[in-house]
Design a binder for this molecule. Structure first.
Ligand code: G6P
Length: 366
């Protein structure tokens, strides 16, 4: 076939490992290349809209959820997100001051396409963020932003997710620039942080040995919980989704602060809890939620940087160390250990990693 595993045991492993290089292409195109930059400047006007609506399914919808934090915090644009299967039946009001963004790896997901058609003629502009540029969703959009991930074969989306995040981050920066909500200095700092992401994706792969060892333990459990705060909350949802998709371990993602409103009832010594806790502004709050889990015997897998682990990793069951990553785009790099954890747990369990049961790469029926 046109695409092979390039020496890896599974497409998923190859696609996780190649994120550094595919992200470099996306970052170059949208931040330091002419074509992509011009596309964002000329084709997207964030000054004449009052909100963004983002719609997608599965992992792509979690890219939208992450980007909501960026658009709101960086550019001050209100963002509504929804999963495509709910969106149109709710009959949400859409005005010409709404910019509608549809995110889809395949560009063929039936619900996402139907949501796009619902917005056509109502929204100011229809933008799609796709991997397959000749897809149905791309064809029916006013503006098509390719994520440049290259073919993704593994059913569980990995490199498409992080490339979607890069494109959405570049859009949020463009919105901030046009709406003049940030001083030039702050904007260029954020740009630099995004430009550094491809290099960080390679650095972060060094945690693979640790993750593999932890996965051998994780494979014994029936359930798992993922916790995160801020833009790490959508990543906690993605971590749970990945783990259940390919290892068949029942997993739930929660906002750390929501723990005591339900999931804490599940905590005992049979419950591994993956806590995404970079040493950022949210760190102390996340750690206090983590301690609530530990006090009830929950087994913490703490995912953090050297600083965070030194401060709070001591009594946790397992630790995963990633480099220190500054700024709001950290979830892009933190996606790597989350993907590796699902991957190695599935390998340990001997499931069909690239073709998990009951799942399809592209869902073209409702
Ligand atoms: C399926 C795939 C997921 C994907 C989702 C949305 O469920 O198994 O990996 O995230 O569809 O697909 P799309 O092509 O629209 O991104």
């Amino acid at each position: 076939s046109a695409v092979d595993k390039g020496g890896y045991r599974h497409f998923m492993a190859k696609e996780i490992a190649e994120q550094s290089s595919v992200l470099a292409a996306a970052v170059k195109f949208y931040l330091s290349g002419r074509e992509g930059q011009t596309m964002l400047e000329n084709d997207l006007d964030f000054t004449n809209i009052d909100r963004v609506v983002m719609v997608a399914c599965g992992t792509a919808s979690l890219a939208c959820f992450t980007a909501k934090y960026w658009f709101e915090q960086i550019a001050g644009v209100p963002v509504e997100i929804d999963i495509a299967s709910e969106f149109r039946y709710r009959e949400p009001p859409i005005s010409d001051r709404t910019l509608a963004i549809f995110v889809s790896q395949s560009g063929e997901t039936a619900d996402t396409l139907a949501a796009l058609r619902y917005c056509a003629g109502k929204a100011g502009k229809i933008v799609s963020v796709v991997n397959v540029a000749e897809s149905s969703i791309a064809r029916e959009s006013d503006v098509v932003l390719p994520i440049l991930a290259g073919p993704e074969i593994g059913v569980a989306s990995t490199k498409a997710f992080t490339c979607q995040l890069v494109v959405l981050a570049a859009m949020a920066l463009q919105a901030a620039r046009q709406r003049k909500v940030l001083p030039a200095e702050a904007l260029s700092k954020l740009e630099d942080q995004l430009l550094q992401m491809p290099g960080l994706m390679a650095d972060v792969m060094t945690c693979e040995g640790q993750v593999k060892a932890i996965s051998q333990q994780l494979a014994r459990f029936k359930d798992a919980i993922f916790l995160g705060r801020g833009a790490m909350y959508p990543l906690a949802l993605e971590g749970a989704l990945k783990l259940k998709e390919i290892s068949y371990i029942h997993a739930e993602g929660y906002a750390s602060g929501e723990l005591k409103h339900g999931p804490i009832a599940l905590i005992d010594d049979d419950m591994p809890v993956v806590v995404i806790a970079p040493h950022d502004e949210m760190f102390d709050k996340t750690v206090s939620n983590m301690q609530e889990v530990m006090a009830r015997g929950g087994k913490i897998v703490m995912l953090s940087d050297a600083k965070g682990l030194a401060e709070a990793g001591g009594e946790t069951w397992q630790q995963i160390e990633v480099p220190q990553i500054e700024g709001p785009f950290a979830p892009i790099a933190y996606a790597v250990p989350i993907q590796l954890l699902a991957y190695h747990t599935a390998v340990e369990k001997g499931t069909d990693v690239d073709q998990p049961r009951n799942l399809a790469k592209s869902v073209t029926v409702e």
